[in-house]
Design a protein around this ligand. Structure first.
Ligand code: NAD
Length: 256
């Protein structure tokens, strides 16, 4: 289905990015996976995906907090038909106590990286005559929660950037959309549980049930496979006229 296409997925040695990379590889795309580390296990992960799916998979290290690195990632890939902006971090604290370095890092990794990679990838998509930009935003791109000022601001920014990218490519065979997941049980969510336990004075199970999944009417986490499947759908012919919009995969969170 996607054979002959090259996909770049930022922040994809774990969690949702890895799930998306696997789904794109399974659909036949050549895939570039990425994170800021450059370890043997990162390259071994690429080799495993290539083996399992019979497609070329490369690991390219690049730090998505650095604009030049973002652009270099796309340049080093050499081709980009599908760009999935997924890299993201979280920090939970009240605005008055929010560390400035965390605010800057979240804005850089969760929002500005998508601007830099998109700027580098659009000329390649225009030259190839086809392109898909998929931004992994969040239910927090559409709604807010206390103590997540930087994350919510960045994700709302991603939704705005998605709309502008769609308008600037509307006459080209290129689309840009944002996927807005609710809670997906990945290392990023795992790492928030201790903070939330402290903030709310609750144990782990109660935080999961009453703080996290309380927002998700289905009462279930979304899965990385579901985010991968939604990405592949956005790359399909059926999605050709879907651009500049958001698709929520949130068990009903934003319907509340
Ligand atoms: P994760 O922590 O499992 O994965 C984050 C990925 O980003 C990792 O591969 C990490 O190596 C990479 N990364 C972090 N900093 C980077 C940097 N400076 N440069 C390059 N790569 C970097 O988290 P996840 O839950 O899989 O999150 C992935 C995306 O999905 C994020 O943008 C997140 O905001 C979004 N999201 C997650 C959830 C959820 O519930 N897990 C919900 C909505 C949106």
């Amino acid at each position: 289905q996607l054979s002959g296409k090259t996909a770049i997925v930022t922040g994809s040695n774990s969690g949702i990015g890895l799930g998306v990379a696997e789904a794109l590889a399974a659909a036949g795309a050549s895939v570039v996976i990425n994170s800021f580390t450059d370890r043997d296990e990162d390259h071994a992960l690429a080799a495993r995906l290539a083996d399992e799916h019979g497609v070329p998979v490369r690991y390219i290290a690049a730090d998505m907090s650095d604009g030049d690195d973002c652009r270099q990632l796309v340049a080093k890939a050499g081709r980009c038909d599908i760009l999935v902006n997924n890299a993201g971090i979280q920090h939970v604290a009240a605005i008055e106590e929010f560390p400035v370095d965390k605010w800057n890092a979240i804005l850089a990794i969760n929002l500005s990286s998508a601007f830099h990679t998109t700027a580098a990838a659009l000329p390649m998509m225009r030259a190839a005559g086809w392109g898909r930009v998929v931004n992994i935003a969040s239910a927090h791109g559409l709604t807010a929660s206390p103590y997540k000022s930087a994350y919510v601001a960045a994700k709302h920014g991603v939704v705005g950037l998605t709309k502008v990218t769609a308008l600037e490519t509307a006459r080209d065979p290129i689309t840009c959309n944002a996927i807005c997941p609710g809670y997906v049980l990945t290392p990023l969510v795992e790492s928030q549980i201790p903070d939330q336990m402290k903030k709310h004075g609750m144990d782990r199970e109660t935080v999961i049930r009453e703080v996290m999944l309380d927002r998700q009417p289905s009462g279930q986490f979304a899965t990385v496979e579901q985010i991968g499947g939604t990405t592949v759908f956005l790359c399909s012919d059926a999605a050709e006229q879907i651009t500049g919009t958001t698709i929520s995969v949130d068990g009903g969170w934003t319907a509340l």
